[in-house]
Write a protein that binds this ligand. Structure first.
Ligand SMILES: [Zn+2]
Length: 234
């Protein structure tokens, strides 16, 4: 089931009260339209009845797509700094829903699911896109790390992130964008040859150490490598 609950908000423009239905969980197998809304950047968009201003509720829901093998704890952008704690909470929630502590039928569904944690809309959208394109999300993150090392100046800063946003078939490339996490405002685009992704894919030994850091919890995102010490090894 996809579960919604009413929340009371204040319009950021005119401060009129706005009530909207916020989603607590998304079941993409039963509601493919909600998956489509996330991919189209319009899920949980609202319009103020008084002034017409549109604004978007930050994500805070669990996402299940058994058909595509995805389970995602989608969190608000503002909680990024709590990623270690939220990794533990998300994994624990997954374990009771579809993992070791779940009933047998649910565990069977769970065995086919990759567990992920994301912060903000661009990140959850990216996970859906990466799966749609049949890519490995850890390699997508490695591709970003390669981009960071290769370009002369990057607009990297707190609140700015690099996301895979599209493909460019004509150029045989992947389109990455620098964008502002909270507002989703695009700052800059670049097209990266798909060959770069394949080169990283073809060198698993060279990238093994990075992969193990990226996959030491369900927050598979290169941002974790730039935030503090991370988890203790082993
Ligand atoms: Zn308003």
């Amino acid at each position: 089931m996809s579960l919604f609950h009413p929340v009371n908000l204040v319009c950021p423009h005119c401060e009129a009260p706005v009530t909207m239905m916020a989603v607590g969980s998304v079941n993409a197998d039963r509601r493919p339209d909600l998956r489509e809304d996330i991919l189209k950047d319009r899920f949980q968009d609202n319009e103020c009845g008084a002034c017409g201003e549109s604004f978007r509720l930050q994500p805070q829901f669990n996402y299940l797509d058994a058909g595509r093998g995805q389970w995602i704890a989608a969190m608000p952008a503002s909680r990024l700094r709590d990623h270690l704690e939220l990794e533990d909470e998300s994994q624990a929630l997954f374990d009771t829903s579809y993992g070791a502590q779940a009933p047998a039928a649910a565990r069977e569904v769970g065995s086919g699911l990759a567990v992920r944690l994301t912060f903000g809309w661009p990140a959850v959208r990216e996970k859906l896109l990466v799966r749609q394109l049949g890519l490995d999300d850890a390699i997508v993150e490695m591709t970003k790390l390669h981009i960071l090392r290769s370009v002369e100046s990057v607009p990297m800063a707190e609140g700015i992130e690099l996301r895979l946003v599209d493909t460019d078939e004509e150029a045989d490339g992947y389109v990455f964008a620098w964008l502002e996490t909270a507002s989703e405002k695009y700052i800059e685009y670049m097209t990266v040859p798909t060959e770069l992704y394949r080169a990283i894919q073809g060198n698993p030994e060279g990238w093994a150490a990075v992969r193990s850091r990226l996959e030491d919890g369900c927050f598979v995102d290169m941002q974790k490598l730039y935030m503090g010490e991370g988890r203790e090894a082993g």
